[in-house]
Ligand binder design. Structure first.
Ligand SMILES: [Zn+2]
Length: 120
């Protein structure tokens, strides 16, 4: 399978790392895969950020979703194309991580309050 230079578009050897026509650096398949993974992570971080927004009232689930969102966005921040998505994802995730923690504390407080009431 022939490979084409991303800079000038001319055909180049499969194993070439530098384009013989224009001299620009050609990314290898591994680099391309890594880049795809980073781009995907950026998108996922935004998705999980939104999911954590929707699930923040569900104590444990909201917490897990926002942690996953943060994990994805740390990788996704390396993406040039989708950096905005990763930033959005990390902001949403951290925000709703805090909110879900507060919700969890409130829930515990309510449980403690009512358990004390029923005893006393
Ligand atoms: Zn080229």
């Amino acid at each position: 399978m022939a490979k084409f230079c991303s800079n000038c578009g001319k055909e180049i050897e499969d194993k070439a790392t530098i384009c013989v026509h224009c001299g620009s650096k050609v990314s290898t398949l591994e680099e391309q895969n890594e880049q795809d993974l980073i781009d995907k992570s950026a998108k996922n971080s935004l998705i999980f950020g939104i999911v954590s927004l929707l699930t923040c009232s569900i104590p444990v689930l909201g917490f897990i979703m926002s942690v996953i969102g943060i994990c994805y966005s740390t990788k996704g921040l390396k993406s040039e194309k989708y950096k905005g998505m990763a930033i959005g994802g990390i902001i949403l995730s951290i925000l709703f991580l805090i909110i879900s923690l507060i919700m969890f504390i409130i829930l515990i407080a309510i449980i403690l309050y009512f358990s004390k009431q029923s005893v006393g």
